[in-house]
Design a protein around this ligand. Sequence first.
Ligand code: HAM
Length: 418
Amino acid sequence: MPRSEPIKAVRGVRDILPTERPLWRVAETAAAETARRFGYEEIVTPVIEHAELIERAGDDSDAFVKELYRFEDRGGRKLALRPEATAGVVRAYFEHGLQQGPQPARLFLTGPMFRYDRPQKGRYRQFFQLDVEAIGSGNAGLDAEVIELARDWLTELGLGNLRLELNSIGDSRCRPAYLDELRSYYRPLKEKLSGDSQARLERNPLRLLDSKAAEDAPFKSGAPRITDHLCSDCSAHWQQVRRTLDSAGIEYVLNPYLVRGLDYYTRTVFEFYPGGATGQQDALAGGGRYDGLAEAEGWPPTPAVGFASGLDRVTDLMATSGEEIIARPAADVLVLPDGDLAVEAAEVARICRAARTVSVDYDPRSLKAKMRSADKVGAKWVVIITADNAKSRTAQLKDMASGIQAEVPWSELSERLA
Ligand code: HAM
C-alpha cells in the first residue's frame, strides 16, 4: 500500500516552538505586569461566540464579515471563531454584571484570534492579541490611559521607537452629517475610484479615507476632514485626549485618514507603528473608543475604550530589533546515567527537582557524548551516575561553569544544588 502523505499545519497558522517561547513569555509577562500596574485585571473569554454577536459588532466591516471563521456545531448553532476580543469582552461584562461593580471595569486578555485573511508575513489566520478594555466610562482620560499603557508596554519590550497615529471620527450625532459631505465630495469622482471604493461610497464612505488603492490616492487630500466637523462634545473630548497625552509627554501624529477597519468606533481612534514603517499591515497595535458597541450588542448604551496588539508582530519585531533575550536552558540540571540505569536516574532526578529544574538524558550513548550535549544546551550542573555510584547511592556532581566535580551522596544532592 502506498504510504499516505504526512499532514502539515493548516495554511496561515503557525507553531510557536520552544526556542521562540522565551521571547513570547517576555512579551506576555510584561503585558500582564504593565496592565496590572494600570489597574487592569485579567479576563478570559471563549474563542467561540455566537456568529451573530460578531456580526452585530462588525456590521459592514471587512474583518468581521468577509474574514469570519463561521461554522455550525452539532446542535445546529451558528458559531464563529472570534476575530477579535472586544465583542466578547463587552458581552461578558454585561452577562456577569460587571456594570454593577466599580466603573470603568478595567480588563485585559491575551489569546488567539482568527481571521480568514490572505496570509503573509505578520498576517496570520490564527494570531495572538493582547487586548485591553476600559468599559463603563466616557472620560477622555481613559483614552489617553490605554494609549499610555500600550506605549509603556512596547517601550519595555525594547520597541520604544514608535509612531503613534491619532484621529477622532466623531459620534452618532456629528458623523452622519460629515458622511453626507464625504459622499458629496466623492460622488462626482466615482468613475475614477477603485472598485472597492466605488462599492463603499454610499454604504461606508469613511473607509475610502484609508483605502490603499493607487486610484484613490489623488483625491484624499481634498476630502473634507472629520476633525473639522465634530460636534461640540466630540470636539471637547478630542481636545482633552490630546491635552492628556501632551502632559504625559506622549508624541503622536494627527492622521485625518485614520478610520480603522471596524465599524464600532466613535471619537478617538489610534494605531501604533514601528518607527519608520507605514501601511496598515505593520500596525503593532490599534484601538479606540467604541461608545456604541454595547447597544449594538443589545445591552444598555455604555461608553468604552480599548486597544489590541498583535503578539506575533510584536515578538517578530523583538526578535529583529528588540533587546536580546537569552533563552534559558530547558533545565538547570542534567542527570546523565552511564549505562542502563534509568530507575536510578529517575530517582536522582526526583531528588534534584526539589531544588532545581531537572531533565534526564536517557539516551544510550557514551557518557562523553552526553557530556558534549549537556554543554551545548547550557546545563548549569550535570549529575553523573555510574554503576558504582548507583550501588553506593552516590553521584558525580559537576558544576559546568567552574568545572569542579565532586562525589556526593544522593541525600545531599538537593542541598548542594540549592
Ligand atoms: P485590529 O486593528 O483589528 O483591532 O487588531 C489589533 C492588532 O492585532 C493589529 O494592530 C495587529 O497588530 C494585530 N493583528 C490583526 N490582524 C492580524 C493578523 N491577521 N495577523 C497578525 N496580527 C494581526 C482589534 O482587533 C480591536 N478589537 C482593537 C480594540 C480593542 N479596539 C477597542 N478595543
